[in-house]
Write a protein that binds this ligand. Sequence first.
Ligand code: ADP
Length: 607
Amino acid sequence: MTDDPTDAESAWPAWPGRQGLRQAWRTLGIVAHTRPGLAVAIAVFTVAAALLPPAALYVSKLIVDGVVTAIESGAAADRNAALVWVAVESGLLAVLLAVRRILVFLKGQLHAELGFAVSDMILAKADAFSLAQIEDAEIQERIILARQFAASRPYNLVNRIFEAAQHGLTLVSILVLLAAHAPWLVALVVLGGLPVFIGNLRFSGDAYRFYTGRTPQMRERSYLESLLTQEGSARERLHFGLGPELRRRFSALFEALHGEDTRLKARQTFFGSALGLTGAAVFLGGKLWIVAVTIAGRFTLGEMTMLVGLLKQGQAGVNNLLSSFAGSYEDLLYVASLFTLLDMPVEDREAGAAAGPLPGDGLRFENVGFTYPGRARPALDNVSFHLPPGCRLGLVGANGSGKTTLVKLAAGLYMPDTGRVTLDGLDLKHWNGAALRARIGAMFQPHVNYKLTLKDNIAAGAGLAEPDPGRLDRAIERGLATDLVRDLPGGLEARLSKRFLDGLELSGGQWQRLAMARAHLNETADILILDEPTAAMDAAAEAEFMARDLGGKSLILISHRLANLRSADVILVLEKGRIAECGEHDALIAAGGVYADLFETQAEAYR
Ligand code: ADP
């Protein structure tokens, strides 16, 4: 370990300490909240499972003593009493068996339902994060870790709490019985369990650090696996012959991870066995003493039977109790990380206003600056412009000049570091999320190709709700996808992507038409943002799109083909995040600057 603040371990909680109890309590709270009935049932059966074994041991003492008395007296009443105790003992053991089976069933239910509840909480949190948060590497890491263990860790913790309660209760009743006959055996039972507990505690910390520390390698391993198996990367993998090297890297990661894993488990096994032997020696000593003292006449035969049983169960009880605690240490560390994730602050997108003070003012960027976390140079620097209703704005610039960043700010997905973006005079950060979404139709770059039905691909433009047929048709028509939908087997219900057995794959241009239709599904939008909407389309489709009347909507259009921007009311030329030029096509050509040079270069190609 180093003191370097970037040390991977420092990102994760250390020993939960006092907080551990709070986290355990909070996890129990989730259980009580999701399935209160189930929790109560498990608690009741746990108490029964805890008290039945010592009760049976006590009855076994009554049997043996009853038998001895019956032999000595020869009376029928004593014989019958002994037989009744045998029946009682069998009854108790039968009930114990049933109780244990029922507990297994109930806990199985809890495992599934708590796993689902926790996964749902993680998904809700992920959905509540802003774009900047979801792009944050530490948050990503936490989400991956949380998802990976959502089904197992919180349940394990709860299960261990129930188990600890069960073992604790059993142990207390055993110790009470022991104390009544031979108080020093109480100390023997408790002290004999300590070595195993200490060993477990140490290894839990190691295991947690080990398994979380290697999350990045695990991620790389599954990424390599996906490169080797998925269709999206197959073209390049086959053509460039990437397979053998990808497999070599995959094996190297396995060797490294498995090697460490083996060393950790071997140490655990070795120390575990050594500590187990200590326990066995302690038990042997206690048993020798009980037998010797019984022979000397201090204990009855029944007491001897019970004490040996109590000693054995007591020792198992201490071991179980302590290993429940030690095991919960590792679970607590994971749960702490989960709660850190769930407690991260998120903005309330449903707060805010649904209209601005200056209706009809449109979109304004006022001295907007934005720098990505960890980047030295701003992606946008002092950008100002006004997009009034009905205005068509073209955005031009080299790769990395900030066009996509500008679009994300315009849609309210990022908030500027300096300056502000307003719609109808109200800062976007004060807009209600749903109201803002209703005003802006967007097609991002890269857009998502949903491996769902064709209809879902368009309905995604309005929250995946079932769209009204007329509206759906208009969106398809505006996305230039009418022929595509008509000709595709299955039409709107066609399952897209070959990943599904009955699925169909589309070409880049066809996917793009669906993305365009998606952007147009939002008919309340008065601003359309299109990031290279026709880059993958054929020339005829592009020309048809550019000639479209937008029905009074304003437009921000990013295009590398400058001919497409001829009809724009204003063109912004971005250079390294700053507005280098601004004006109409003809004016920019006349000015003879960057835009004019670019246009000339493109025009040359067609001559
Ligand atoms: P354009 O769309 O003009 O190609 P972008 O807006 O995508 O440019 O990128 C502008 C700058 O911001 C580039 O230098 C790019 O490397 C950087 N950038 C873009 N997206 C991210 C991101 N998510 N995290 C960090 N830097 C980014």
